[in-house]
Design a binder for this molecule. Structure first.
Ligand SMILES: [Ca+2]
Length: 103
């Protein structure tokens, strides 16, 4: 586990490392590039190799609909989806409302 700061080297003797990410300090959504240079026991350096990792929102949002319990006959009915929320780094950007008919 290591905290990575942009353009700051993290040096390890082990051949693997974990990029420490916490929910209060997440990597933003999108493409992130990591570079590795290895050095041998004579001090010779490799050319860099790079990988790209895409941090993606893979979690569905939650819809929360609310309305008044009772509406007056002939009056408009306000529907509110403002308590809906998303997790996984994204945000709700569209609301799709459907009338399912009388029951
Ligand atoms: Ca999401």
């Amino acid at each position: 586990m290591a905290e990575f700061v942009i353009n700051t080297d993290v040096v390890t003797k082990e051949a693997s490392v974990e990029v420490t990410v916490t929910t209060d300090k997440p990597l933003p959504l999108g493409r992130h590039t990591f570079r590795l240079v290895v050095i041998d026991d004579s001090g010779n350096k490799s050319i860099p190799d790079e990988v790209q990792v895409i941090v993606a929102d893979q979690q569905n949002p939650t819809a929360v609909i609310s309305a008044p319990r009772i509406a007056t006959f002939g009056a408009s009915i306000p529907l509110d989806g403002g308590k809906s929320f998303d997790v996984g780094g994204g945000r709700v950007v569209q609301y799709v409302w459907t009338y399912l008919g009388p029951q």
